[in-house]
Design a protein around this ligand. Structure first.
Ligand SMILES: [Fe+2]
Length: 486
């Protein structure tokens, strides 16, 4: 067991936090006028973010925010100014439910058509909600959701252009996970995008993809592996892909019979170890499997190779965080949940042994690193963090962790601010690993508005805060590109 839930004195107003989970119906486009401080002159490019923006159909709410429809925000920085734009990904399901004003599709995390299980039984069709990540690569802007094809978008207007299948290399209905990594120096010496997909079943198939700078799939391999896989993210090094196969079991019966969403039929097995799959990026050799207790992992911060070992830094939970069927996620009692904590795993490929140690016990999530250090030995990870030193609480701070020592520097946005994933943007000035800015969308529960906070990553002090005229619902992931599309 990684950690136990520890009751902590709330440092936040839960009602204020919950207001951040409200649909943003309007699609807007405007220059941001209310700016604290100055936007750095050297900050040029576009921050794309994705997340569930619509949390009901008509008057019927989704059961879990992960079932909400994907909405893209684009914040463009140019000449010391910033422009905001948001637009929904017009997926087949989004368009149909908006027209019908009711839920037509079952969601992975328990959203169901009204009428009870009889109205949902034997319908296992998934709605591609395109709500998890958005990335600009190879001249294409793509909204990602891990169980289906990407949706391609116009980067200037955010208009939905259709499904992307990479010249037919992604088969119809095939998935493309929401956690691509950009390897700064791929096998050809040029950056490449690395991603995976999972085809679930009694065993599962793991597909691996590497895309060149033109956005073409140039390397591909697949492996059929035993067991059920609930794998959301992975890690890369120059020579390996690393997957943590969480210790879970899946009972599909309540899903098939319409009583539960597929995601609600997954049970965490705390007594079991995590299977750590190490796959060589070259060739098609069989994965090396190591085992260790790791709890439940959604996200990895980074990985690198050192002295015949692979070091992996990951956010681990004592068990799979879940929303009880029929409950309201806005009423989440944080004290009953286990915190995500940053752990370091050292996988010895010669002995098959795994050493592990906790780096950060404070509740944390959404880790990122300097893009040039992906897969490389590194010093700093940045992530959302709680203000309490222990227990599960909302993310209200941005943490800079020195992973070589475990020391942490926090920038608090509390007590009113609730943060999303930070994104590191290199300033290009000097060669320090922390020379850059952290861009984070923050929801203020008192002002009921969101802002983009820009921190100096070296000092963790605020450089600028850009107030939007409205709120943006809590999002999931985003990426930055130096490209400007205005
Ligand atoms: Fe994620």
């Amino acid at each position: 067991m990684i950690a136990t839930p520890t009751p902590v004195q709330p440092s936040y107003d839960r009602a204020a936090w919950a207001k951040g989970y409200r649909t943003l119906s309007q699609e807007r486009s405007y220059w941001i006028d209310e700016v604290e401080g100055e936007i750095p002159a050297g900050l040029t490019g576009t921050l794309f973010r994705n997340g569930p923006g619509k949390l009901e159909a008509g008057n019927e709410p989704v059961q879990h925010p992960f079932d909400g429809d994907g909405m893209i925000c684009a914040i463009t920085f140019k000449d010391g100014r910033a422009h905001f734009k948001n637009r929904y990904v017009e997926t087949e399901g989004y368009v149909a439910e908006k027209k019908a004003e009711k839920i037509l599709y079952r969601g992975v995390f328990g959203t169901a058509r009204s009428g009870g299980w009889l109205k949902n039984a034997f319908d296992t069709k998934l709605k591609n909600i395109a709500n998890t990540q958005v990335i600009y690569w190879g001249g294409k802007l793509m909204a990602l959701w891990e169980a289906a094809e990407p949706h391609r978008l116009d980067p200037a207007t955010l208009e939905t252009l259709g499904l992307e299948n990479f010249d037919g290399k992604l088969k119809k209905g095939g998935a493309f996970a929401a956690h691509p990594w950009i390897d700064p120096k791929g096998p050809d010496g040029e950056p490449c995008l690395v991603n995976f997909s999972i085809e679930a079943g009694l065993s599962f198939t793991l597909n691996l993809y590497e895309l060149n700078l033109k956005g073409e799939i140039v390397r591909q391999q697949d492996h059929v592996l035993p067991g059920f896989a609930f794998i959301h993210d992975f890690a890369i090094t120059p020579n390996y892909y690393i997957f943590f196969q969480n210790p879970v079991k899946f009972n599909p019966l309540p899903f098939v019979l319409g009583a539960k969403g597929a995601g609600e039929c997954i049970d965490f097995e705390p007594e079991k170890s995590t299977r750590m799959l190490v796959i060589a990026r070259s060739g098609q050799s069989k994965p090396q499997v190591l085992e260790a207790k790791a709890g439940f992992v959604f996200h990895h911060a980074n990985a690198f190779e050192r002295d015949g070992k692979i070091v992996v830094d990951s956010i681990c939970y004592g068990k799979l965080p879940t929303v009880e069927p029929g409950s309201d996620f806005r009423s989440t009692d944080f004290a009953t949940l286990m915190p995500g904590q940053l752990w370091r795993f050292e996988l010895d490929l010669n002995t098959n042994q795994v050493d592990r140690k906790m780096l950060v016990s404070r509740c944390c999530e959404f880790p990122v690193v300097h893009p040039d250090y992906v897969g490389q030995e590194y010093q700093y990870a940045y992530m959302g963090a709680g203000l309490a030193t222990e227990g599960n609480v909302p993310l209200q701070a941005i943490a800079k962790i020195d992973v070589t020592t475990g020391t942490e520097v926090l920038h608090s946005c509390g007590p009113d601010g609730f943060i999303n994933e930070p994104i590191f943007v290199p300033s290009g000035v000097g060669d320090r690993e922390d020379a850059g800015w952290l861009l984070t969308m923050v929801y203020d529960g008192v002002r009921d508005r969101s802002s983009i906070v820009i921190l100096d990553a070296q000092t963790m002090t605020q450089v600028s805060r850009l107030w939007l005229t409205h709120h943006v619902p809590y999002g999931l992931h985003g990426t930055f590109t130096p490209e400007v599309f205005i």
